[in-house]
Design a protein around this ligand. Structure first.
Ligand code: NDP
Length: 378
């Protein structure tokens, strides 16, 4: 079982937390019959991309939604998550999660509404999370999905700060980075879903936090809204090494790496003795057609007795419950905040995905595919 399935199907512990900041939405739909001539639009992987995906990479196909059988649940997709790791799944290469198959639906985290159920555990109108991906309808069994409670927090948070990206930030920083009061934490990809959460948790732990991101708007967000101590715009800086020196006068104790490449090369020159480097992602390399080669890191690690460790969030699946509780509590207490960039419409999913590589998102990038049809906001 891959970790995404594992994650989407663990029982929701955060559901038990009494969050007080309930966000009410105004659309209330009356219950009704579903039309069984539903057509399911699906984005499939048409071919494996070389370099940056383009118009040939994805294709839309239409399938009639078949009548569900005993123990099955029909779900209408409401929100789809687009994530950088999906680019890796487009390669035919062994990894921690299986490659997408050509001509099959692109899988990924999604939130949907149960529109018909022949399972004893789900009812019409239930909101659920699963890995049903880039399609408008999904036929599930109990093990594919879990319920989410729309009264605790906006449902989209289950794809972001209370979901996979929040957990990634939590474990990468606290288990590997282990920031201590007064230490300096540098984060690349700092204004994205993972990075923005990492920085806030590092602040909660009393660290000096420096974020690296790709626009002045993002740097302002990091400093003004998230209270980062410093921010560096890597696209406009004349000398990132000099800027890092200024922003980190006592050197760097923790580097949370989301991007790899030349940004990381510059950070590595300034790490302190016993520095910790959680390697979360390397987005700068995901679309490269040739292997990226930079300065060798061994000497830097030896000289500083530093520790560099790659990880995937699935490594910590046994502790998801505990971490979700803590993230939910920090949200409730106003100690954590988040942004979402939400694109509209099923057809915009591939462009939204490509926006991740252009930096066209602040916080978690999602696509809203449909409004709920049956969900009463109880
Ligand atoms: P983000 O919300 O951070 O979106 C991606 C961001 O990456 C963009 O907004 C862009 O911001 C930045 N970016 C894109 N291309 C480049 C580049 N060439 N150089 C530098 N920055 C670039 O995505 P996530 O928060 O979901 O993911 C962040 C990282 O974490 C990714 O590398 C992802 O693969 C990894 N990840 C790892 C997990 C794990 O289990 N290890 C789980 C989840 C995510 P900007 O404007 O600043 O350039």
């Amino acid at each position: 079982m891959n970790f995404f399935l594992l994650y989407y199907c663990i029982p929701s512990i955060i559901g038990n937390i009494c969050l007080t900041w309930v966000e009410k939405e105004s659309n209330i739909y009356s219950k009704g019959e579903i039309n069984m001539t539903l057509v399911n639009n699906q984005f499939i992987l048409a071919e494996r991309p070389q370099g940056m995906p383009d118009g040939n990479t994805f294709n839309v196909v239409q399938k009639n939604v078949e009548e569900i059988k005993k123990n099955q649940i029909l779900i209408k997709t409401l929100y789809v998550s687009v994530d950088p790791y999906m680019r890796g799944r487009m390669e035919d290469a062994e990894s921690y999660v299986e490659p997408f198959e050509v001509n099959q639906v692109i899988e990924g985290g999604s939130i949907g509404e149960v529109i018909e159920s022949k399972s004893n555990h789900f009812n019409q109108g239930d909101l659920v999370i699963g890995s049903f991906g880039w399609q408008e309808y999904f036929t599930a069994t109990d093990k594919d999905i879990r319920k989410i409670d729309p009264t605790l927090a906006p449902i989209t948070t289950h794809l972001g700060i209370l979901g996979m990206t929040g957990l990634t930030a939590y474990f990468g920083l606290l288990e590997i980075g282990q920031p201590k009061k007064g230490e300096t934490v540098v984060i690349s990809g700092a204004a994205g879903a993972v990075g923005s959460t990492v920085g806030q948790i590092a602040k909660l732990k009393g660290a000096r936090v420096v974020g690296i991101a790709g626009s002045d708007e993002k740097i302002n967000y990091l400093k003004e809204e998230l209270h980062f101590d410093e921010g560096i715009n890597y696209r406009t800086t004349k000398d990132i090494t000099k800027d890092l020196k200024q922003a980190c006068p006592k050197g760097i104790d923790v580097y949370f790496d989301n991007v790899g490449g030349e940004i990381s090369d510059a950070v590595f020159t300034q790490i302190n003795r016993y520095a910790r480097i959680p390697v979360c992602g390397a987005i700068s390399a995901y679309n490269l057609e040739k292997v990226d080669v930079g300065p060798r890191v061994q000497t830097m690690l030896i000289k500083n007795s530093a520790m560099m460790q790659g990880f995937t969030v699935g490594n910590y699946s046994k502790k998801f419950g505990e971490a979700s509780m803590q993230l939910g509590q920090w949200l409730q207490e106003g100690k954590l905040t988040y942004r979402e960039t939400i694109r509209e419409g099923f057809e915009s999913i591939p462009d939204a995905f490509l926006d991740l590589f252009k930096g066209n998102n602040l916080g978690k990038l999602l696509v809203k595919v449909a409004e709920p049809q049956f969900t009463d906001k109880k």
